[in-house]
Design a protein around this ligand. Structure first.
Ligand code: GLA
Length: 384
C-alpha cells in the first residue's frame, strides 16, 4: 500500500488536485471460522495490508472511480438501477447505496484506489474496500454520525445485496475496529467485543497462501449458511429458545439427528464444536498458553476439512506439512475453498518450516505457495 502512488494516480486521472485519503485493512482470524453467521464468537485482527483510496467530491451526481491495480475506470449514478457491471465497482456502488438507504445524502465524487491484500487469499480484500469507503463516506457526507458498528454492517449489507455473498460480520468488523498489536474477540450475537493484546513471544505468525481460488466459493459459502439454518429450524421444534447454532449443544443436535439431513448434521456439528474452541482459545491466550491455542487450531482445520468441507487438497497439504515440521498451530483461514493457512510457529522452527513446505509444495503442485508474515495493525482511518 503506497500513499504516494494513490496520490499521483488520482492527480493523473482526475483534475490534478488533491482529495482526502482513507485506508482500511484486510484481516486474519485466529480461530472461530464460519461461526459469525451462527451467532458465535470470532477472533480476528486487522493486518498491515489493505486498501488506500483518495476521494474528492466532483459536484455532479455521478461517481467516477479508477482502480489503480486493475487500470480500469467506471462511472455510475447513485440510483438502484445504476449498478455497474464490473465486479470491483459493485463494492463501491453497494456502499454508496447502503449509505443512501440509511438516509445519507451521497453526491458524486471522484476516487482512485489501490490495495495490497492478495485477492482470493481469505484475507478479506473485499471488506477492506467496503470499510474504506464506508468510513470515508461517513466523514464526507454524514459528519461521522454513523457509528462504527453500522459502518461494518454497511459493508456486510453490500456483500448481501450487491455482491451475492451472505457473509457474517467478522471481516468488516475487523477492518473497522482493528487495533495495532491486538486481536479482537467478538460475540456476533450480542456484538460485545474485547481486545486481546497479541504478542506471542518466541513465536511467529505466518500465512501460507495455496494460491488456489475456488470459482464457486460464494455459492458454496451460501450453501453452508443454509445448512446451518436448516439444522436450527429443526432443533427449534424441541427447543424454541434456540436462535442460532451458538445456542445448541451436541446433545440437542443429537436429539434431532434423525430429522436432520446428514450433510446439515456435519455442518452443525462443526459449528457447535468451533464455538467452544474459541472460548478455550480465549482462556489459553490469557495464560499465554500457545500450545493449547495451537492444538485448537489443528482441531479447527480438521473440522473445516472433514465436517464443514471447505478445505481443498492444497490446504490440507499445507496443514500436514506444518504438523510434520512441528508447527504449534495451523489451520485454513477464512471462508475456505482455497486461500491461506494461518500458522503459529516457534521462532527456531520458522526457517525450516518455510523452506521445507515451500519445497514440498512446489514439487507436488509445480508452483510456489506465497508466504506472508503477519503484522497486526489498525483499522479504518483517514491518512491525509
Ligand atoms: C468469510 C466471510 C466471514 C466469515 C468467514 C468464515 O470471510 O466474509 O463473514 O463467515 O468467511 O469464518
Amino acid at each position: 500500500m503506497n500513499l504516494e502512488t494513490v496520490r499521483s494516480e488520482f492527480k493523473k486521472h482526475f483534475d490534478n488536485t488533491d482529495g482526502f485519503v482513507y485506508a482500511s485493512p484486510g484481516r486474519i482470524n485466529l480461530i472461530g471460522e464460519h461461526t459469525d453467521y451462527n451467532g458465535g464468537f470470532v477472533f480476528p485482527g486487522a493486518i498491515d495490508k489493505g486498501i488506500i483510496a483518495e476521494i474528492k467530491l466532483n459536484g455532479t451526481d455521478k461517481v467516477r472511480a479508477y482502480s489503480i491495480d486493475l487500470k480500469d475506470s467506471v462511472e455510475f449514478g447513485l440510483n438502484e438501477e445504476d449498478l455497474p457491471t464490473q465486479g470491483w465497482a459493485k463494492f463501491l456502488f453497494g456502499v454508496c447505496r447502503e449509505m443512501i438507504k440509511r438516509g445519507v445524502e451521497v453526491t458524486g465524487f471522484d476516487t482512485a484506489f489501490a490495495g495490497d491484500v492478495p485477492l482470493g487469499a481469505g484475507m478479506s480484500s473485499s471488506a477492506a474496500i467496503e470499510s474504506t469507503y464506508a468510513f470515508a463516506l461517513n466523514e464526507l457526507f454524514a459528519d461521522s454520525k454513523i457509528d462504527k458498528f453500522e459502518l461494518a454492517k454497511i459493508g456486510q449489507a453490500t456483500e448481501h445485496n450487491y455482491v451475492g455473498v451472505n457473509c457474517g460480520i467478522m471481516d468488516q468488523f475487523a477492518s473497522i475496529f482493528g487495533k495495532e498489536g491486538h486481536l479482537i474477540r467478538l460475540d456476533t450475537r450480542s456484538m460485545e467485543y474485547q481486545y486481546f493484546p497479541f504478542d506471542p513471544k518466541g513465536y511467529k505468525v505466518v500465512l501460507l497462501d495455496s494460491v488456489v481460488k475456488h470459482e464457486l466459493a460464494s455459492s458454496a459459502y451460501n450453501k453452508r449458511r443454509k445448512s446451518c439454518e436448516n439444522a436450527v429450524a429443526i432443533i427449534q421444534k424441541k427447543h424454541p429458545h434456540v436462535e442460532f447454532l451458538r445456542d445448541c449443544t451436541m446433545e440437542m443436535l443429537n436429539e434431532s439427528k434423525n430429522e436432520i439431513d446428514s450433510e446439515d448434521y456435519l455442518r452443525a456439528e462443526y459449528v457447535i464444536e468451533e464455538t467452544q474452541r474459541v472460548l478455550d482459545v480465549s482462556d489459553a491466550l490469557e495464560l499465554g498458553d500457545y500450545e493449547t491455542v495451537g492444538k485448537k487450531m489443528y482441531e479447527t482445520h480438521h473440522g473445516l476439512s472433514k465436517l464443514y468441507e471447505v478445505s481443498c487438497e492444497e490446504l490440507d497439504f499445507l496443514n500436514d506439512c506444518a504438523k510434520k515440521c512441528g508447527v504449534t498451530g495451523s489451520r485454513l483461514m477464512g471462508g475456505g475453498f482455497g486461500g491461506c493457512t494461518i500458522n503459529i510457529v516457534k521462532e527456531e522452527l520458522y526457517d525450516n518450516f518455510i523452506e521445507t513446505t515451500v519445497k514440498a509444495f512446489k514439487e507436488k503442485y509445480e508452483r510456489n505457495p506465497k508466504v506472508y508474515d503477519v503484522v497486526i495493525s489498525d483499522g479504518a482511518r483517514r491518512l491525509a
